[in-house]
Each structure stands twice: as structure tokens, then as C-alpha cells.
Write a protein that binds this ligand. Sequence first.
Ligand SMILES: [Zn+2]
Length: 176
Amino acid sequence: MLEVECLVTGYLEENCYIVNIGKKALIIDPGDNEEKILDLIKEKKYEIEGILITHHHFDHVGALKRMTEEFPNAKLIDNKTKGDVTIEPFSFKIIETAGHTIDSISFYFDDNNVLFTGDFVFRGTIGNFPEDAEDEMIKSLKIFKYIPREVVVYPGHGPKTTVGDELDDNPFLKGI
Ligand SMILES: [Zn+2]
């Protein structure tokens, strides 16, 4: 079974996620507070197989260098990676969701009904984006609309939500 743990890091309160199936685990967006992240990993005796980055803003990658040093064999996944990814026992899709930044991607674990959006979609709102990236953001929101409603969304800041709740309540998804 896939489990998701959230560690809030740094003064911007970024959500670093540890995703595990048994002892095998992935780190998503190691933003800050390296010791806090490493303590959880040690406590649970996780074997880190991959490090996933939704985008390269400092509050999402502040502890990345340390994590790559601690886990040199972990696969690094970011916007340079395309399509479907398998890191045993995990498999997920990379969805290009530019807008907030040009390199923003989301990780969709479609077998597990879980989506990590970084700073693309939050509960009730979306990430800020430069004026000239509006078309990109709309394109990304259109993709979001076609993800099944029951999928649980884990954003880069704030509480989790579902695709369905966002389609119903998020003003930025109205009329898209
Ligand atoms: Zn950001």
C-alpha cells in the first residue's frame, strides 16, 4: 500500500512528502530542515529510491543537495524527465503543468489515485504566475480537469484536497 507522509519545512511552510510502499520510499520536494527529513527516514528505516522535484524554487529544493549526498543511488526526477516513470515498486506519470514556473511538473500516481502538484494547484487556489505565463497556466488547468475526481491532491503548501473538491470550489478552475 502506498502511504504519504508530509513534513512542513522552512519559513514558507513548504510540504515535503515522503511516499512509501513498505520500506521503499521517495522524497518529494525536500525544501528545508534537512535533519527533520533525515530523522523521519532513519526512524522509519526507509530506503530512498528516488527524489522528485516539482519545480526548482528554493523553498522546494533547499535540502536537495544534502539528500543527494545522503542517498547517492536515489534517482533524481525533475522536469528533464518525461512521461511514465517506474522506480520499483513505484510507478507514476509526469504531467507538465507549467504556469507557476516554466519547469513546474506534477506527479500522478494513477494506480494509487494520488497527485502531487507542487505550486500548481493548492486547496482553493493556484500558484502565482507571471502575466506572460497565463496561457501556460490555463493549458495546465485544462489537463487537471480531466484527472478523475476521486484523486487526492497533495500540494506544495497547505492542506491536501481532491480533484473533485477543486473542480467544485476552486474559483480558478471555473470556466476553464
Ligand atoms: Zn514555487
